[in-house]
Design a protein around this ligand. Sequence first.
Ligand SMILES: [Zn+2]
Ligand SMILES: [Zn+2]
Length: 328
Amino acid sequence: MRGDTGSFRYRRGAGKATQGEPVVPPHPSRVDLHTHSRRSDGVLEPLELVTAAAAAGVQVLALSDHDTVAGVRELTASGRPPLPLELLSAVEINSVATGISRLWEGELHILGLGVDLHDEAFEATLERQRGFRVTRFRRIVDRLRQMGYPVDDQVDEYLAASGATVGASLGASLGRPQIARCLVAARYASTVDDAMQRLLGRGRPAYVPREGLGPTEAISAIRAAGGLPSLAHFADALERRELIEELAKAGLGGLEVHYRHFDADTVAALGEVARELRLAQTGGSDYHGDAETYAEAHASLYVPDEDATNLFALLGRRLTILTGAALR
Ligand SMILES: [Zn+2]
Ligand SMILES: [Zn+2]
């Protein structure tokens, strides 16, 4: 089932940051530090994503599923053939920013780049996050039933047919996009966007608030697991410098400057903020796969090699590729 959840997510998050001149990639990006697979709310299997990214010319890829590193674990399990690119373990935590006003959905999304896959405390933290997702998912489905929009059959079908069969990441694969797809399947909504706007979005009748880590808790947890926390797709970084400064004091280490959907002015402005606050610049496609192939998404992505080389240096890791002459 396909819908345009990616564009919904993005339009609500960063509308005005997209309306200027688009970024024109000077050469195909060799780096993508923000992607999703079916282990959370993406459409591709982890290996399909890696294969598609490598085919598009990506040499360094971070798989950053929501609240789970299950996909990275699978891809790097012993006995698996070597991957066609450098894979960085990552995760995205949608932190609940209680008390911070004027935020989309009341959330700040924090990427944890290079987190340790074997850190038990971090895994326990992610498991709690996934538990909150399951609870929220059930509450929304209950509320829809009470409102006269039962989607229980569609949800059962979705669970049976999806990557949700992978036990460890069940919670991570549950979110409003999936419920929206079920509402479309049950003909209660015309599109995913329609379902979000009328029923599931913040302030709408079937909206149930998220529970889980706050931004500084997410930052601390990522740091404790050896990762670099980077604030994802926050187009307001320029206007809300004080907030970024506060997060930097709490341990934020990066800012997602080269986000695929940002226009050129937004990228330049965020680059300035990152330099001033000494935050690493990161970037990626935020590919989910609802409305496009990876190659289509990659065509408008520009993440400089330096985002990866700086990040790997900060993580104390060697990056042995990206040595080919850049096509500048
Ligand atoms: Zn996000
Ligand atoms: Zn994302």
